[in-house]
Design a protein around this ligand. Sequence first.
Ligand code: ATP
Length: 318
Amino acid sequence: MSEDRQPIPFAIETRNLTRRYGTLVAVDDLSLSVPAGSIFGLIGPNGAGKTTTLRMLAGLQEPSAGEIIFNGQRANGDWDHFRRQIGYMPDFFGVYEDMLVWEYLDFFARCYNLPAARRRQIVDELLELVDLAHKRDDYVETLSRGMRQRLCLAHALVHDPKVLLLDEPASGLDPRARVEMRELLRELGAMGKTVLVSSHILSELAELCDSLGIIEGGKLVASGPMAHLMRHAREGRVLQIRLLSDPDAARSLLSSQPGVGEIVTTAGALEVDFVGDDPATAALLAALIAGGHQILSFTESRGDLEEVFLRLTRGAEE
Ligand code: ATP
């Protein structure tokens, strides 16, 4: 008897979502499934259709065809209901510069008809969350770019949405501000929100996302859990092995094992090209130990997301 399987709850689904601008098909038959509570990265080069997809999901642009489904419910014209569940941060945004930081958030909280006491509370909580509490009474125009991005994110959170659509939230930020933004998104994930975040910088999403959709020319080239995509795209894995005992002796044992390809010595470690699944990898480690080699560390290098992307898009072209 097969086990009963619970259906995966998806916070966002699209079915054959399409958007045309005249003869240009900006989003082409896109079927995405974003698991509830996940951080999902939408990756693609400039002009791939990311912004158009997010704008349709935010109810700001009409699809030419296809369906959008939030938590199993079709978003069919009733956008007032769905907008309350969605926070959207566009790639380009204007801020009202001659307002104080707290006033800016309070203004948007008023738009959602939140009562005064609740507004005060939510504004303070959000300023804490995005690390702008110390700027509460400063003018928006005095904020740095990174601070403005964080303020804009706080704006998207004012109505406590379950789903966040963030269009290149780290664009234009310096490396440190990028790290801060990544930490903030991780925190939102830990709060149970579903985050759909776009970027054309692959490494930016590698550490952050549970799942990924790769989009090119409006089409979804690949999608799924990060680990599956990485495994699928790489023909094999690269193992990094550090030894206390003689690496040359380990080298000769390794090269006699099935699945082992090229072995390179770098900075005192062996880098081993290996084709094999998890049990085969465990067996390789066991063989080394049984052979009397003293192992300090045995790790799989994650590979480069850039390389994964290139392989997948190359596969799509072929
Ligand atoms: P980027 O990373 O540069 O922001 P993107 O992946 O977000 O790109 P979109 O902005 O969605 O891509 O654009 C997808 C395609 O649709 C592009 O070819 C773009 O030129 C085109 N496009 C977008 N908006 C319009 C519009 N209003 N009118 C005509 N074409 C448009």
